[in-house]
Design a protein around this ligand. Structure first.
Ligand code: MG
Ligand code: MG
Length: 265
């Protein structure tokens, strides 16, 4: 059997990879490690720590668990952690001089590979006491992810996920970043399909049991418009309003979607 035929045999009608039970087991391991490292990082997010120190912690905690940081070197990204603060949406590069202070809204985005399988997750963490506006965009984003995941059921379509996220977020008076999307994940960090955070019900790819997706709403308190900084990585809101980000790697199943990036099951 050729490589192509092997890939095809493992894929659904869409050509998107479907995971066998033993593969899902490995993705659960990768996901558990991602969650454990994020737990350590979240705990460490306090005034006075630099984003470079958080990156070092992410790196060390990953190696301790016999996994590899997924982002380091990916398309040339220099670090293990994406660390984005306040109006930075995603892909912030950890820096020695970027020291967290009381009131910052911190986004930790982190992934690993373990035995060849990937996990990817993000969370937004308040540093000390944050403003009511910051807490609100955090909560809206977290709830939009919960709704997006709930929509990821076999027989539904990819547009149902985006619709669940978008309708909730916009109903709360926030905006959804559309320049970046979620993605399939498995043997690679980013695989087909794209998983937009906007969409119309019952449109797009049919979801099948065994699909593994990273769903990751990026939500702005102001306008949806974003731009890239001169470092060619960091994405910031155009109006410099606050942004939040949550992400889980999930598996589509015959029943409830399964979140893979969790600590215990
Ligand atoms: Mg991520
Ligand atoms: Mg991702």
């Amino acid at each position: 059997m050729s490589e192509w035929e092997r890939a095809r045999a493992k894929s659904g009608a869409s050509g998107v990879g479907l995971r066998a039970p033993h593969e899902l087991e490995l993705m659960r391991d990768a996901g558990r490690i991602v969650c454990e490292v994020l737990d350590v990082l979240e705990e460490a997010c306090a005034p006075g720590i630099s984003t470079l120190e958080l990156d070092r912690l992410a790196h060390d905690e990953t190696l301790k668990r016999k996994a590899k940081p997924a982002f380091k070197g990916y398309l040339g990204f220099p670090c293990s952690l994406c660390a984005s603060v306040n109006d930075e949406v995603v892909h912030g590069i950890p820096k020695k001089e970027r020291v967290l202070k009381e009131g910052d809204l911190m986004k930790l985005d982190f992934g690993v590979s373990f035995k060849g399988w990937f996990g990817d997750s993000a969370r937004t963490v308040p540093v000390g006491k944050v403003s009511a506006d910051a807490m609100r965009v955090l909560q809206v984003t977290r709830e939009s992810l919960r709704r997006g995941i709930a929509a990821a059921r076999a027989g539904a379509r990819i547009g149902d996920i985006g619709h669940a996220v978008q309708s909730y977020v916009e109903g709360q008076g926030c905006s959804v970043v559309t320049d970046l999307t979620g993605h399939g994940i498995g043997k690679k960090l980013h695989e087909e399909p794209r998983v937009p955070n906007t969409g119309r019900p019952n449109t797009g790819l049919l979801l099948e049991p065994g699909m593994t997706l990273a769903i990751e709403p990026m939500v702005n308190a102001g306008s949806a418009k974003v731009m890239e900084l001169d470092d060619e990585w960091t994405i910031v809101t155009m109006d410099h309003a606050l942004s939040a980000h949550f992400e889980h790697t999930i598996a589509v199943t015959d029943g409830e979607p399964e979140i893979l990036t969790v600590a215990s099951r």
